[in-house]
Design a protein around this ligand. Structure first.
Ligand code: NAD
Length: 265
C-alpha cells in the first residue's frame, strides 16, 4: 500500500485527487495539506471531496513519517516549499502545479539528484499521447506549415498560456530545431504585419467552467491538420497523477515526465 499525501486538498484538483484515492485499492490517503489560512483546516478530506469520511483531517503541516509520496497541485509559491520539504526528508513527489518558472524547474532538477519526482503540466494520458502525435506531425510537416496553438480553460485559471499549451509548443519547437523563447507569439493585436512562417502562435480563451481544451493547427495552403484534446472532467488529471504516484514509488532518484510514466520515451 502506497501512503499518499495531497497538497492543496481543498482545491479543485485536490478534491478530485482525494476522490481518486478513495477509488484505489493500492493507495491510501494518509495526509491532506492546505494553506495555514484555509477555511478547510480541520475538515475531513473525504467529506470535503464528497466521498464520505476518510479519517484524514486537512492540516497545515505534513508529518514526514506518515506518507510515501506527496502529490502537489497548488501554486508555485507553495510547490517550492513542498519540494524543499520532500528533498529534506527523502520523500517522493508528484508535481502537477503549473506556472512554475525556470528557477523552480531548476530546483526540481537539482532535487532530482536525490529524490524521485514526476513533474508534468498535464497528467492526462490523452494529452501526453497528443504530445507524441505533435512531435510526429511536426517532423513530417516540417517548416512548410503555419503552427498555431489555441487553448481554453475555466475563468478561475490564473496562468496563461496553459502549461500544457507551452509543453505542446516546446515539443514542436524542439522537433523543428527552433527555440520557443524566440519563435513564440503570445496573442496578436493591431498592425501585426504578415505572419512569419517560423513563429508558433498561442491564443488563450478563459471562460465559464471549461476544464481544458487544446487545439494545435498545422496549416498549409490547401490542407490543414488539427490535433485536438478536450478534457471533460478533472478526474482524468487525478487518475493520471495516481498513475504517476504508483510509478514513482518504485523509481530511483531523478526528475521524470509523464512520458516516462507511460513508457513513451
Ligand atoms: P485551486 O485554486 O482550486 O486549488 C489550489 C489549492 O492549493 C487551494 O485549495 C489552495 O488553498 C491550495 N494551496 C495554496 N497554497 C498552499 C500551501 N502553501 N499549502 C497547501 N495548500 C496550498 O486550483 P486547481 O484548479 O486545483 O489547480 C491547482 C494547480 O494544478 C494549478 O497550478 C493548475 O494549473 C494545476 N493543474 C494541473 C493539472 C495537471 O494535469 N498537471 C491539471 C489541472 C490543474
Amino acid at each position: 500500500m502506497i501512503r499518499v499525501a495531497v497538497a492543496g486538498a481543498a482545491g479543485r484538483m485536490g478534491r478530485n485527487l482525494v476522490t481518486a484515492c478513495s477509488e484505489a485499492d493500492d493507495l491510501e490517503l494518509t495526509q491532506a495539506l492546505e494553506r495555514a489560512d484555509s477555511a478547510a483546516l480541520g475538515s475531513d478530506a473525504g467529506l470535503l471531496a464528497g466521498v464520505g469520511e476518510r479519517g484524514v483531517e486537512i492540516a497545515d503541516a505534513l508529518d514526514p513519517d506518515a506518507f510515501d509520496v506527496l502529490i502537489d497541485f497548488t501554486h508555485p509559491s507553495a510547490t517550492v516549499r513542498h519540494l524543499e520539504f520532500c528533498h529534506r526528508h527523502g520523500k517522493r513527489l508528484v508535481v502537477g502545479t503549473t506556472g512554475c518558472d525556470a528557477g523552480l524547474e531548476g530546483r526540481m532538477r537539482a532535487a532530482g539528484e536525490d529524490i524521485a519526482i514526476v513533474y508534468a503540466a498535464n497528467m492526462s494520458v490523452g494529452v501526453n499521447l497528443c504530445l507524441q502525435l505533435l512531435a510526429t506531425a511536426a517532423a513530417v510537416l516540417g517548416d512548410s506549415v503555419d503552427i498555431e496553438i489555441v487553448e481554453a480553460h475555466h475563468r478561475h485559471k490564473v496562468d496563461a498560456p496553459s502549461g500544457t499549451a507551452l509543453a505542446m509548443g516546446r515539443t514542436i519547437a524542439e522537433t523543428l530545431g527552433r527555440d520557443l523563447g524566440q519563435c513564440a507569439v503570445y496573442g496578436r493585436e493591431g498592425q501585426t504585419g504578415a505572419r512569419a512562417r517560423e513563429t508558433i502562435g498561442f491564443a488563450t480563451i478563459r471562460a465559464g467552467d471549461i476544464v481544458g481544451e487544446h487545439s494545435v493547427i498545422f496549416a498549409d495552403e490547401g490542407e490543414r491538420i488539427e490535433i485536438v484534446h478536450k478534457a471533460s472532467s478533472r478526474m482524468t488529471f487525478a487518475r493520471g497523477a495516481l498513475r504517476a504516484c504508483r510509478w514513482i514509488a518504485a523509481q530511483k532518484p531523478g526528475l521524470y515526465a509523464m512520458r516516462d510514466v507511460l513508457g513513451m520515451r
